[in-house]
Design a protein around this ligand. Structure first.
Ligand code: G3P
Ligand code: CA
Length: 257
């Protein structure tokens, strides 16, 4: 799965990053969603837009029209040594695909229009701040634009996942975790989670966890898997999915070893 699109190579969460991920052979796309001041879900990782755009301020304090004025594509070229021109620039593509804020609705359309099946893993950020509105809006969008391919909702918040499952028990939910909580060691998940989403560091120290989660009936989707050694580890342990900034590299490694 492509983490924020092919974000190791082009600016994260842009339409271009997701198009590249699809062309690079990703089976699914991961995105983070946040709610704007006027209730739209946009694909932005940080609470503020400062790191990934030429603007400032919290996503939750900005309206979609204000976000639409910002450039979400040039920051990386400006800040990364040797980044150079966007290698994925294509004259027939709108320049705004590289720079515009991406709405979840637009990403859903991209998945629906893809020339092959591509799944989607949508992570709810700041779900507690909006007391259920993020999940409500997400479910409303999915009701209108749900792709026929697998869609999962991910979160570090079990409460957020629980809200999603309560409203739509057909949606798989991925419980993300940085550390292996003692109550998860036997493979169980907090209520609301149906799939386990451990950080790859957990598998380095607790490789037995994958088998335990499988025995408990949960798939294991691991993030963020960018190094050769971590890809090898995940393949050896038989995890069900890896989330990576470099889908093309991981594809090549899995194909050729
Ligand atoms: O896919 C899960 C992973 O994206 C969680 O971490 O901070 O990159 O959203 P983060
Ligand atoms: Ca994420």
């Amino acid at each position: 799965m492509a983490h924020r699109g092919a974000s190791g190579e082009v600016p994260e969460h842009t339409l271009t990053a997701y198009r590249k991920a699809i062309e690079d052979g990703a089976d699914a796309l991961e995105c983070d969603v946040r709610m704007t001041a006027d209730g739209h879900l946009v694909c932005v990782h940080d609470r503020r837009v400062n790191r990934t755009s030429n603007g400032r301020g919290a996503v939750s304090a900005l309206e979609l029209t204000e976000l639409a004025e910002l450039d979400f594509g040039s920051w990386r070229q400006a800040r990364t040594t040797g980044w150079g021109p966007d290698p994925y620039e294509s004259p027939e593509r709108e320049d705004t695909d590289r720079t515009s804020v991406l709405t979840l609705e637009r990403l859903l359309r991209l998945v629906a229009e893809a020339d092959r099946p591509v799944g989607l893993a949508i992570e709810t950020k700041h779900p507690t701040r909006w007391a259920g509105q993020v999940e409500e809006q997400l479910l409303r969008l999915l009701a209108r634009h749900r792709p026929s391919t697998p869609v999962r909702v991910m979160s570090f918040s079990a409460r957020s996942l629980h809200r999603v499952r309560a409203a739509d028990p057909s949606l798989p939910t991925v419980y993300l975790t940085q550390v292996l909580l003692p109550r998860m060691r036997d493979g169980r998940l907090p209520q609301g989670g149906t799939v386990s989403g451990p950080n790859v560091r957990i598998l380095r120290t607790h490789p037995e966890y994958v088998a335990r989660a499988h025995q408990a009936g949960h798939e294991v989707h691991v993030w963020t898997v960018n190094d050769r050694e971590d890809v090898e580890l995940c393949a050896r342990l038989g995890v069900d999915a890896v989330i990576t900034n470099h889908p093309s590299r991981v594809r090549a490694q899995l194909a050729h070893g």
